[in-house]
Design a protein around this ligand. Structure first.
Ligand code: ATP
Ligand code: MG
Length: 253
């Protein structure tokens, strides 16, 4: 089982859009996938038409009073399950703080699922918190969406440094450009140069396109309802790079 997480301290950069498409693409390749919507806003749950509700809230899950298995729902797509968001997730930091080894908590909650799933995708809220630390410790690979600016590259360096300071397990990082607008000179330059200079930046770049915004109207991944678009092509390319980087064994299908 490989754990992928979409992560950025910044909000509104395409984390959820990526988690949803990567989850869908992994499942359509034949992997058994679980997507955990960790954001109390519940955008990923909404996109998969699942009520953002966990009985007993986040506290019951983190404290182990309710197993993750118990809260998991099926989506409309084969092999793709969802662990929904819950509005109580806004307090997860407090719950984690009271737990033993909070930074390792998510990893240990997910460990029993390793026979049931090949891929877990964690969709994180935008923050640097105890929850995000726990996500960083659990993940094998971080998918980090970057808006193409110099500042976003600095954010990536800060994240790399932070993760480099972890004892024991450190997630690998694959950053990629998101909401790319090639008409902007700076965007075009950064996207042309950076993937060549840095192995932690993917070749795939997700353009800013209204078909991606349409996901919240269609309530489905763009890779599912518009697979022939440039958006879907770039998500597939990103998934290919992520799968390789995470050294995922060939799908059983
Ligand atoms: N490449 C894109 N082109 C156009 N719109 C996009 C793109 N990616 C995401 N969006 C839209 O931008 C908004 C924010 O995207 P998304 O929810 O994926 O970001 P996020 O990083 O998960 O945000 P948050 O930090 O609030 O969780 C959404 O309305 C989404 O439909
Ligand atoms: Mg989000």
């Amino acid at each position: 089982m490989k754990i992928l997480a979409t992560y950025n301290i910044k909000g509104g950069v395409g984390k959820t859009a990526t988690a949803v498409n990567i989850g869908y693409l992994a499942a359509s390749d034949g992997y058994r996938v679980l997507l955990w919507d960790l954001d109390p806003q519940g955008a990923a749950s909404f996109l998969f038409r699942i009520k953002p509700r966990v009985k007993g809230g986040g506290k019951a899950l983190i404290r182990g009073r309710r197993t993750l298995d118990d809260a998991i729902k099926g989506t409309d797509f084969d092999r793709l399950d969802l662990l929904p968001a819950d509005f109580t997730y806004r307090n997860l930091d407090l719950v984690l703080d009271a737990a033993k080894q909070p930074a390792k908590r998510l990893a240990s909650l997910l460990a029993p699922l390793h026979c049931e799933y090949d891929v877990v995708v964690l969709d994180c809220p935008p923050s640097i918190s105890l929850l995000s630390e726990s996500v960083l410790h659990a993940a094998d690979l971080l998918l980090v969406p970057l808006i193409p600016t110099t500042l976003s590259v600095r954010t990536l360096d800060q994240l790399t440094q932070f993760v480099g300071g972890f004892d024991g397990h450190q997630p690998d990082i694959l950053a990629f450009f998101s909401m790319l607008d090639r008409r902007k000179k700076l965007h075009a330059e950064i996207v042309r140069d950076l993937p060549e200079q840095r192995p932690d930046v993917a070749t795939a770049a997700i353009p800013a396109l209204s078909v991606i915004e349409q996901m919240s109207v269609q309530r489905a991944p763009v890779t599912a309802f518009a697979p022939r678009t440039a958006a879907a092509r770039q998500y597939r390319e990103l998934w290919r790079e992520a799968r390789e980087r995470a050294r995922l064994p060939a799908a059983p299908r």
